[in-house]
Write a protein that binds this ligand. Structure first.
Ligand code: DGY
Length: 430
């Protein structure tokens, strides 16, 4: 096992290796492009070694905003030839070449954490960032709110960031595979196919890209008419928390902008109802919801445990949710598996169908600590540390064996180590 000192150095090396000057790659080879939430998490790590660089990362990300307010999931900067599907397949016609969908909105929460560590030196730049965040968060309510459940829906599994999660299977089965030109996946040049989505899933992913491209990416229309729609507890909790963090920043920097503050507060009120609507009495957890069939999905994923992060723990369900956590904690060596290890479709190696992801651990752990669930938070933190010590900075990890999976030398795993795993280990619970 590596020592915390050598891991600290190694984490910094990983960030440097994936640094492209003003933005980060998630890892070289597998993902030679800037991803939305990867970039936000990269900034978390940078804030401990170079605050200026951390601010650059988030400013660069926000600058890719579409005129309609969306901040997209991929920005094609630099040499991105090794990534599939590239900008020609998305064909979004934006000034900066991007994909046509979004990703989990963690940016405002990270900006707040950066601000607490050391405010951005250009106050006008900060105003610009906050206005962009207001527009992005408002875009979600116009283009992705499910009017029935009041949760946030995804129109492509890639929007959730949890691409092949079992919860999406039912919605994916409704997507009729289009007549696609032959294509070559580039991810399999780098990672064993047993750890990645299947060919059939890729056919459907590309069918959904074609659907948006053929219609020139009308986002509100896609929110209502995409062949794939699913309400995601992850997106809902991330946006709810991000709105709470954005209100704090608006009150600090733009208190006179009462319209924006009222707008974001009204979104918080809606999303609180949305989160509560995702309670699934049958499985006793917050779960995904199928807006087409208007039925909950009956399985527990790691996102079920984001309720504390979203400050939605003060309800009757908290105890039941903690029982779910303990049940799962007894089944795996390393918390938190992305999908319920007791479910028939659990797969310890395949991407989001079982493996542990440090970014989700980081957000669940943060939420648990904030509401006083210290023991459970420490279990997550310690398991995250042990995984890195055993297997280094992989993209994701087998929750039973601890084996590293997916891409090596991963930016967000290194970042989470610097931001949380190592810091908390040094300072304990105080
Ligand atoms: C990938 O290429 O696997 C990404 O997760 C898509 O968002």
């Amino acid at each position: 096992m590596a020592t915390s000192n050598s891991l600290y150095q190694r984490a910094i090396d990983v960030l440097k290796q994936n640094d492209r000057g003003t933005y980060s790659l998630p890892t070289h080879g597998l993902y030679p492009v800037q991803f939305n939430w990867d970039s936000a998490f990269a900034a978390l790590g940078y804030r401990f070694i170079n605050q200026h660089r951390a601010w650059q990362e988030v400013m660069q990300l926000a600058s890719s905003q579409w005129p309609d307010g969306m901040i997209p999931h991929i920005m094609f900067r630099g040499d991105h030839d090794g990534y599939f599907p590239g900008p020609d397949i998305w064909n979004t016609g934006q000034f900066i070449e991007t994909s046509g969908i979004t990703q989990p909105p963690v940016l405002a929460s990270v900006v707040r954490q950066l601000d607490e560590a050391g405010p951005y030196r250009d106050v006008n730049g900060m105003y610009d960032m906050l206005r962009r965040l207001v527009r992005w968060h408002d875009w979600f309510m116009k283009a992705r709110l499910d009017p029935q459940s009041l949760g946030i829906q995804i129109i492509h599994p890639w929007e959730s960031g949890r691409d092949n999660l079992t919860d999406w299977d039912q919605g994916m089965a409704r997507v009729e595979i289009a007549d696609l030109p032959p294509y070559t996946r580039r991810d399999l040049d780098h990672v064993d196919s047993s750890q990645r989505p299947t060919k059939e899933q890729y056919d459907r992913y590309l069918t959904l890209v074609k659907f948006g491209r053929d219609r020139h990416w009308p986002q509100a229309y896609l929110g209502q008419n995409s062949p794939f729609r699913m309400v995601d507890p992850g997106m809902t909790a991330f946006l709810l928390r991000a709105n709470r963090d954005l209100i704090v920043l608006l009150n600090k920097y733009l208190p006179e902008d009462t319209d924006s503050i009222a707008l974001i507060q009204s979104h918080i009120n809606t999303l609180e109802l949305g989160w509560l609507n995702l309670w699934n009495p049958k499985v006793q957890a917050y779960t995904a919801y199928d807006p087409v069939l208007q039925q909950p999905i009956d399985s527990v994923s790691a996102a079920s445990f984001l309720s504390c992060y979203a400050s939605m723990h003060n309800d009757l369900h908290h105890g039941h949710l903690m029982d779910q956590f303990d049940r799962i904690a007894n089944k795996v060596k390393f918390m938190v598996p992305s999908f319920d290890p007791e479910h028939a479709d659990f797969d310890a190696k395949r991407y989001w169908r079982g493996p542990v992801w440090h970014v989700i651990n980081n957000r669940i752990g943060l939420g648990f600590s904030e509401v006083g669930e210290h023991e459970r938070a420490e279990r997550i933190r310690k398991d995250s540390e042990d995984l890195i010590a055993q297997s280094s900075f992989y993209e994701y990890f087998n929750p039973i064996t601890g084996d590293g999976l997916g891409g090596k030398d991963f930016t967000w795993t290194a970042s989470v180590y610097l931001d949380w795993v190592m810091q908390e280990a040094d300072h304990g619970q105080d």
